[in-house]
Design a protein. Structure first.
Length: 141
């Protein structure tokens, strides 16, 4: 009697479904991954072609940031850390209109060579002080 020798089956991993698995993994990671979006600077810009409004000169606080990073408030030097407190005092001094909005407008002007980080710090201090009306003037030539 001859014994039938069993041939050992070779085990192999089929690669026919490898593309399907890779595609499913790709879809999974695309769906579950969140992408951080930069929010930028939160400012409300006026409408295009809006009406001009006359403003009293005393209701405008001028902040100038020069190329050396020095900050001038109404032509007097001020430390960056003091901006918030001084602007809050000016807000209280100028008062509010009938709708409860502050009358003070802060105009921020920079030199062309001003460090962007300094400019953003000044803008942040002004916003933290509670100013809602900020004018961003064109850089000096």
């Amino acid at each position: 009697m001859l014994l039938n020798k069993r041939k050992k089956k070779q085990t192999e991993i089929t690669s026919s479904s490898m593309a399907d698995i890779a595609f499913l993994l790709l879809i999974f990671f695309l769906v579950t991954t969140t992408i951080d979006m930069d929010k930028g600077i939160d400012l409300t810009l006026p409408e295009k072609g809006g009406e001009e409004v006359k403003i009293k000169k005393g209701n405008i606080a001028s902040l100038l940031v020069n190329a050396a990073g020095q900050v001038l408030l109404d032509d007097e030097p001020i430390d960056l850390s003091q901006i918030q407190n001084v602007i809050k005092d000016k807000l209280d001094e100028k008062g509010y209109d009938t709708e409860g909005k502050p009358l003070l407008i802060v105009s921020i002007k920079t030199a062309r060579d001003t460090d962007y980080d300094t400019y953003i710090q000044v803008l942040d201090h002004v916003k933290i002080a509670g100013v809602t009306k900020i004018s961003i003037a064109e850089p000096e030539q």
